[in-house]
Design a protein around this ligand. Sequence first.
Ligand code: PLP
Length: 318
Amino acid sequence: MGVGRVFVKDESCRLGLPAFKALGASWAVHRTLAEQAANGEEPAPLTLVTATDGNHGRAVAHMARRLGQRAHVFVPQGVHPRAVAAIVAEQAKVTEVPGPYDDAVCLAAEAANAPDAVLVQDTAWPGYERIPGWTVEGYSTLCAEIDEQLTAEGVAEGPDLVSIPVGVGSLAQAVVTHYRSRPTGHAPALLSVEPEAAACVLESLTRGEPVSVTTGETAMVGLNCGTPSSIAWPYLRAGLDAAVAVADADSARAAGDLATAGVSSGPCGAATLAGLRTMLTGIGAEERRTALGLGPSSVVVLLSTEGTAANPHATTDH
Ligand SMILES: Cc1ncc(COP(=O)(O)O)c(C=O)c1O
């Protein structure tokens, strides 16, 4: 692809789970419980309520089980039965919703109005922004590790481009915050990658305002979200350099290539390689390469946010 080195941030094993999501869920759950304790409230078990395409809900359920709390997870259509089973195995109550992710989020928010329940969501909307903000803070660990790990590889100045898989944009918010708030130094170009079936951030950037899109089916299940997070949107608009949507077949091919290179990468994680390829090959590639400031010695980081074990679609696709 005409760049120097491509590194993969491998999130196939994070806190015992096969996706990066536990970074955000653990911090959001910790802050939520710490706040209750600080309020002097009886530490009676809470029900942590959430909606998920798979990974976030599993991470919330995992944290609830480890911390002696309960979890109630709303799962939209299109999530593989084995992904649902993984949430049930964390002893969570699961409600399957006959609709898309955005509907599951609404139902979870309603259910969280019950006594002793709290919504731990990884996306925000006006009036519900604090806990999703903690989730984003949790993701920042991943960026700090990239800096450390690249320094160890002799790339102390950091990457020239980071390719980010985007669902509601909370992870991308963390990445933008990290790379755009450093007082000095080299700022990488930031590329958002979404499935063609759910490109709400690409559509919002094109229109210049946050919009919801009607989502379809995709193997990139964790990215199958129709509405950008309200707190992420200002960061995405100001901080992303490029956005692209990729097809399932492109992500499947990328997952195969990463597997050949020894990296376990599910469809969402491999989307970042597919997105990079779309940007840097084919008609207009030279213009895009120049616009992103990339050359033959550039360093690229792909965020591979899930292993094949996170998403049963991955094992059936290959
Ligand atoms: C594996 C994986 N990668 C990336 C994302 C995208 O994160 P966000 O929804 O914060 O954009 C998700 C979200 O669920 C995910 O599960």
